[in-house]
Design a binder for this molecule. Structure first.
Ligand SMILES: [Zn+2]
Ligand SMILES: [Zn+2]
Length: 255
């Protein structure tokens, strides 16, 4: 599996893009930064987008991607996949004909550009060439982590999350699990803010990783708020019993 990091930060500044990962050529996990990075040709290859949650830093470029694909007159739809509650939020608050046109009814209801595909948390579904399982995590709004399997190898994307349980149980028992992408948004000095906003710090990350028990997938950290990048990096350096990588925009990871 080839994973291209289009953006991996918890906010936006020059050279700091918000979250989106490209898997192979036609699958995205989140759409925080897509259209400023991918060429039009690359954008037109996208078939499926797995959305962790409806916060703007994870969905912003759904709007511009839909617009770009629409004018290309591509015939096949763009599948936007998540739990029902997350998709309902996108319909109600984003594609609502106020903030942006409702591309789930454009050009017409029978052949829309965007098709919302509901994933049932806890159930593995085959989507394209992948086996995908959404697992609920703990954030301030409904949020899904994703276990994505291809050819016997699996990768997990945890989305934004504070301390949580189910997703670690799923990870612990997955034999082919090679990598976990997990957030660390704030430094330990902001533990209380992290608790209130449903995020992790290096200290709470350390506690979360203990839930993996003996499983030792590579850990890829992302979603740092740019302001705290250095402080988090220094604190994470003290976690010695795991293979931890702090990822950067533009990086390509092969699993
Ligand atoms: Zn976020
Ligand atoms: Zn969030």
């Amino acid at each position: 599996m080839r994973i291209r990091v289009l953006g991996c930060h918890g906010s936006q500044l020059p050279n700091y893009n918000t979250t989106s990962f490209l898997l192979g050529e036609n699958v995205l996990v989140d759409a925080g930064t897509v259209t400023p990075v991918l060429t039009l040709r690359e954008q037109l290859k996208i078939d499926y987008i797995f959305i962790t949650h409806a916060h703007m830093d994870h969905v912003r470029d759904l709007m511009f991607l839909a617009d770009n694909i629409f004018y290309s007159k591509r015939s096949r739809p763009l599948y936007v996949c998540s739990a029902k509650g997350v998709l309902d939020s996108l319909s109600k608050h984003l594609f609502n004909n106020v903030i942006w046109p409702d591309f789930s009814k454009i050009p017409d209801k029978k052949n829309p550009l965007i098709r919302f595909k509901v994933l049932v948390p806890g159930r593995t579904q085959v989507i394209g060439d992948l086996r995908v399982r959404a697992v609920a995590v703990h954030h301030t709004v409904e949020t899904m982590g994703y276990m994505i399997e291809s050819k016997g190898k699996a990768v997990m994307f945890l989305g934004d999350t504070g301390p949580t349980e189910q997703v670690w149980r799923t990870a612990k028992t997955c034999k082919g699990l090679k990598a976990i992408f997990v957030e660390t948004s704030l430094p330990d000095a902001m533990t209380e803010m992290a608790r209130k906003t449903g995020h992790l710090t290096p200290l709470s990350l350390t506690e979360e990783l203990k839930k993996l028990k003996g499983a030792k997938p590579d850990i890829y950290l992302y979603h740092m708020k740019p302001w705290f990048h250095e402080a988090i990096r220094e604190e994470v350096a003290s976690i010695s019993d795991r293979k931890i990588h702090i990822i950067e925009d533009g990086q390509i990871i092969r699993v």
